[in-house]
Design a protein around this ligand. Structure first.
Ligand SMILES: Cc1ncc(COP(=O)(O)O)c(C=O)c1O
Length: 479
């Protein structure tokens, strides 16, 4: 895709001139760096040529050349012959501030609130041991089960039946996790250039998966209060997308839950426009309120809705097991394209999940309690230390969507990194950028860790504000 351009006129308006003190080239380099870090100049966009900015600012060419050289050295712009200079973020920062989230365990001393995953629940090692006892029954075969083990498909189908959607085992494919399911669905149903309508913000890794399959994503806003269903409907009507992907159950990152009537409305809209509706139920087991009634699954409203689910949050991400529920003809299409992807999921982990599902109620309750404690520690600490931050209480999920009093989320994330705290900036979750007022904070870690994280957050917030206020004022560019 061609990079967007930031004109010299716009950039000179954004660059507040120096109050004096530091040389002009340093001032311009620093001001440009902050604009990039704050997301006001999007990463990847083309900044003006040295010549154009020299003319727009009325400074010497040497000043601008030195500013750009400084930014290039520090990794904030990349320059290529023929394509000009593009805004960038240096190594670690770009990795942390943009693109798909990188799950994993944090290094000693670092706190990572970007990972929405829990440790394995008690009983997981015993489930592995018991799965090994059942393994010999499978060792005489090839080990390839492209649709998944029949026993596990039956257990997954049973769970859909319990939730109110009649489902046969032959409507289930076992995969290596929800993201892998999404990649399989994209490989089966998307061609390069196809439009996909999804809620925005959303889970960045799904965006990356769809884009890799060539999708042109159209985002429709979702907020803590819910979806703009009319906008969703009219966008689907106008764009006639090949696919529409939603997270109606405890949306990541926003945390809302789509009510039954809206589920029916969206499903009708999908079927009218011939759009394949794909629903990600990865967070289904994490309502914030223990007693809240669950709406019917989206699949109950549309027979051709494809549902993606996972064991990663309810049980453990290390299993790398997920599934797809679809019609039997869709299952046939999906299993054919799987032959060009990963062939099948591992046998032992499927057996482990079967063991864990037999104890599902206890395990899920345990995992839910962990999240409730973590969330309540996080919210209490933020309300005390950062009372101006607005916490949107979610219907569920594994994170809090937090609204800052100023559009400083990228700057806060960059400042938090200096405190060894990793946070998710709003723009990372947005289909088209923006959302600089928001932060996603995951609540999957122990309460004590959350208290430590909030103390670091408060420092980061102070740091980001000081930096912003330190930005010099108009009218004093020093040549
Ligand atoms: C909405 C959503 N979908 C998919 C995933 C990835 O799940 P899995 O580990 O099953 O691939 C996540 C992980 O955070 C998620 O939040």
């Amino acid at each position: 895709m061609a990079p967007s351009n930031v004109s010299a006129t716009r950039l000179s308006a954004l660059l507040r001139p120096a109050a004096g003190g530091s040389p002009a080239y340093l001032h311009i380099a620093d001001a440009l760096r902050l604009l990039i870090v704050d997301g006001r100049i999007p990463v990847g966009s083309r900044i003006p040529s040295e010549r154009d900015l020299t003319l727009a600012l009325g400074l010497s060419r040497t000043t601008i050349t030195r500013s750009y050289a400084k930014l290039r050295d520090r990794g904030y712009i990349t320059s290529r012959r023929g394509s000009g200079s593009l805004a960038a973020l240096p190594g670690e920062a770009s990795h942390r501030l943009a693109g798909p989230l990188t799950p994993g365990d944090s290094e000693e001393g670092k706190l990572d609130l970007t990972v929405a995953a829990l440790p394995a629940p008690p009983g997981t090692a015993a489930a592995f041991a018991s799965a090994i006892d059942h393994l010999p029954g499978y060792l005489t075969g090839s080990g390839y089960h492209p649709l998944g083990l029949e026993v596990l498909r039956t257990a997954i189908a049973l769970r859909f039946n319990e939730r109110g959607v009649p489902t046969e085992p032959n409507q289930i494919i076992v995969t290596s996790g929800a993201l892998s399911s999404m990649a399989l669905v994209a490989a089966t149903y998307l061609r390069p250039g196809d439009r996909v309508v999804m809620d925005s913000p959303t889970y960045p890794n799904t965006m990356a998966t769809l884009r890799r399959a060539g999708a042109r994503i159209i985002g429709v806003g979702v907020e803590p209060a819910g979806w703009d269903i009319d906008a969703l409907e009219s966008t689907i009507r106008r764009a006639k997308p090949a696919m529409s992907v939603l997270i109606p159950d405890f949306h990541n990152p926003v945390g809302c839950l789509m009510p039954d009537d809206e589920r029916a409305q969206v499903s009708r809209s999908w079927s009218r426009s011939g759009t394949i509706g794909v629903v990600d139920e990865t967070l289904i087991d994490f309502p914030a309120d223990r007693d809240a009634a669950a709406p019917l699954p989206m699949a109950a409203h549309g027979t051709r809705t494809v549902t993606v689910g996972s064991a990663s949050k309810s049980f453990w991400g290390g299993l790398r097991i997920g599934w797809i529920r679809a019609t039997t003809d869709q299952v046939a299409q999906l299993s054919e394209s799987r032959l060009a992807l990963d062939l099948a999921a591992p046998v032992l982990e499927q057996l482990v999940l079967l063991q864990l599902m037999a104890d599902r109620e206890r395990i899920v309750k345990y995992q839910q309690e962990r999240v409730r404690q973590s969330r309540s520690a996080l919210c209490d600490a933020i309300q005390t230390a950062l009372p101006h931050w607005l916490l949107h209480q979610p219907a569920g999920g594994l994170s809090i969507w937090c609204e800052l009093p100023d559009a400083l989320s990228t700057a806060v994330v960059a400042a938090a990194e200096k405190q060894d705290l990793l946070l998710g900036a709003g723009p990372r979750f947005a289909v088209d950028g923006g959302l600089e007022r928001f932060l996603r904070l995951t609540c999957t870690q122990h309460s004590d860790t959350m208290l430590d994280a909030v103390a670091r957050m408060a420092h980061a917030w102070e740091d980001a504000q000081v930096n912003r206020n330190a930005r010099p004022h108009p009218g004093h560019l020093v040549a």
